[in-house]
Design a binder for this molecule. Structure first.
Ligand SMILES: [Zn+2]
Length: 209
């Protein structure tokens, strides 16, 4: 545990870190600028000591591949036929998890606000589908993907995310949820911020060079 960050398996399957150690996973997020530590001014007006921008880690294919392989391992006994993700954030994750599992990877996207399969992507009835995403907070997009999968008669068998920010609240119809990192970022009101109290200068995330 580091702050509100927990690395490693959140399930009871004993599938922890077959490729990367927990420290290595955390270090990849830090090295790529996906996980920032400091004193941040959030768009909500609140302050925090941590900030996560998952897309930063996916800039680097070798690192994305390593993380997604780690995620894929957690589902290696699920007989997955296809990996699916909601666009845009999940596309790279689906692609790399699909590569690791040796299966097809597709994505859903919104058309007139509704999550749908486009571009000729298809799922067959009975196909076993793993839903993945880069980061979840409420898990809303993942739920919409699960609905799309079920509508065509395919079978959602699990949900895999790089970062779970739901605080354990995300629930997907009893499906196994696995993540590499679970984060609860503590936020402070500006007039009650321990970092401000220490006199640490605050920055907007992304402004660091
Ligand atoms: Zn502050």
């Amino acid at each position: 545990m580091e702050g509100g960050i927990q690395v490693g398996c959140n399930c009871d399957c004993n599938c922890n870190s077959k490729n990367l150690s927990q420290d290595e996973i955390l270090q990849i997020f830090k090295d790529t600028g996906a996980l920032l530590q400091g004193h941040f001014l959030l768009t909500s007006g609140k302050h925090s000591a941590q900030y996560m921008q998952c897309a930063q880690v996916l800039q680097y294919p070798i690192k994305a591949e390593a993380l997604c392989k780690e995620l894929a391992v957690k589902f290696e006994n699920f007989e997955i036929d296809t990996v699916i993700a909601p666009a845009v954030g999940g596309i790279v994750v689906a692609y790399e998890v699909g590569r690791a599992l040796g299966v097809k990877a597709i994505f859903t996207e919104r058309q007139n606000g509704e999550m749908t399969l486009r571009r000729g992507f298809e799922l067959a009835p009975g196909e076993k589908v793993l839903v993945v995403e880069d980061v979840i907070t409420t898990g809303g997009s993942v739920k919409e993907v699960i609905k799309v999968v079920k509508e065509v008669g395919a079978i959602p068998v699990g949900v895999g995310v790089l970062v779970d920010r739901s605080g354990g609240k995300a629930e997907f119809e009893g499906l196994r949820l696995n993540s590499l990192i679970q984060m609860n970022i503590e936020v402070f009101e500006p007039d009650n911020c321990p970092l401000c109290a220490k006199g640490l200068p605050a920055e907007k995330p992304g402004s660091r060079k």
